[in-house]
Design a protein around this ligand. Structure first.
Ligand code: 13P
Ligand code: SF4
Length: 375
């Protein structure tokens, strides 16, 4: 395969605010307390009642707290990857959507459904990829390369999507970029450098990459993973493509959250090493109770560092926050209409492509993703 030289842009997400606090520390500090016993049961019962009374649907990502995922499944809601969350919100008839996930997921729902009111348990639940791709800096990057088709990952702000030709998620990125390449176009990609590199390697597309990363997946370590694999030689290794190349290179399956769940449910192995946010294990256990799931190692605890495979912003979603949305209309998403209209095009293009070209999606999955069919 032709090797394409990427030109990463040096831009790092703001790890510290003016007061010296890190954005992840602030997120952890805002993690809501776990509810238990009768208090938890009462909050869940009240949410169920209000979802009906207020004509609202709860849509949750696989990384949020298991109680919230269960609540979405028990009501008229949905638990999904970021592509299917967007599609669900658009197609659902409810007047109100409660989005349990991170900010870009709520924004995508609002961009697609301006007639609906969209709420989130905590509007400060962000994402290092979104934080690391400032709209003005991105505009400057884009201005340097006007000849390129602009493709952005879903994990970006509405203001960045407003500058893009295409939005993709990890479920459909390979198929869409393969198609753009077949049309003879060069690509400008943002913000995840690991996912961008992976797509570039798999498709051979000419891509310029923004230098962003997911702080959760960036922590997976190949050396420790190899030791774990040696201890579990029959385990299938599942890796989300936001992970570093050395980790992706060890994978049996590279794919989106839904692709990883499919691999566990349909795989013939008994043991699975899972390199993504550990919130996903809840749904995997429910769908494949007989499989053994092992978390992939991160840098872990030491004298100088502490890391875990859990997104601090996803952890900001709690039952009480959902109740606040329904009782007090708190956490509503607003997007300026001119930005929304500009951002709509790239999301609709992705939804239309994925709906109208299941063949291309399947081909890309079979052709490029190791050991897996369509997610
Ligand atoms: P998926 O689209 O695979 O659900 O991933 C979203 C995400 O934020 C992964 O970190
Ligand atoms: Fe963003 Fe990573 Fe959290 Fe996903 S897990 S929302 S990419 S910081």
């Amino acid at each position: 395969m032709t090797s394409i030289v990427s030109t990463p842009i040096a831009y790092d997400y703001p790890q510290q605010n003016a007061a010296g606090g890190t954005c992840t520390a602030q997120a952890w500090a805002k993690t809501p307390p776990q509810l238990h016993g009768t208090e938890k049961a009462a909050v869940i019962a009240r949410i169920k009642q209000l979802l009906i009374e207020k004509d609202a649907a709860l849509v949750a990502h696989y990384y949020v707290d298991g109680d919230i995922q269960d609540l979405a499944m028990e009501t008229s809601g949905y638990v999904a990857d970021s592509l299917e969350m967007a599609r669900f919100g658009k197609n659902h008839s409810a007047k109100n959507l409660i989005v349990a996930g991170v900010r870009f997921m709520g924004e995508s729902a609002k961009i697609l459904s301006p007639e609906k009111r969209v709420f989130m348990p905590d509007l400060e639940a962000s994402c290092s990829l979104d934080l690391g791709c400032d709209a003005a800096d991105f505009a400057a990057f884009r201005a340097l390369h006007p000849d390129r088709t602009v493709v952005v990952y879903a994990n970006t702000s509405a203001a960045v999507k407003a500058q893009a030709d295409w939005m993709v998620t990890s479920s459909c990125a390979l198929a869409i970029i393969h198609q753009i390449k077949v049309e003879g176009k060069k690509i400008l990609w943002a913000p995840d450098r690991h996912l961008g590199r992976y797509i570039q390697e798999q498709t051979g597309a000419d891509m310029l990459l923004w230098n962003g990363a997911c702080i959760v997946h960036d922590e997976f370590k190949a050396v420790e993973l190899e030791m774990l694999m040696a201890a579990h030689p029959n385990a299938m290794v599942l890796v989300h493509p936001e992970s570093p190349q050395a980790v992706v290179d060890l994978a049996d399956v590279v794919g989106s959250t839904s692709a990883m769940i499919k691999a566990v449910v349909e795989g013939s192995a008994t043991e699975y090493i899972v390199a993504t946010d550990n919130g996903i294990l809840h749904r995997m256990r429910q769908l494949a109770p007989n499989k053994v799931l092992i978390e992939a190692p991160t840098a872990g605890d030491s004298a100088t560092c502490k890391s875990c495979a859990h997104c601090p912003w996803m952890a900001m979603n709690g039952l009480q926050g959902i109740l606040n949305c329904l009782e007090n209309a708190s956490g509503e998403i607003f997007i300026k209409e001119d930005v929304r209209i500009k951002a709509l095009g790239c999301i609709e293009r992705m939804l239309d492509f994925t709906q109208n070209h299941p063949d291309l999606l399947a081909k890309a999955q079979h052709g490029f993703v190791k050991n897996i069919g369509v997610a």
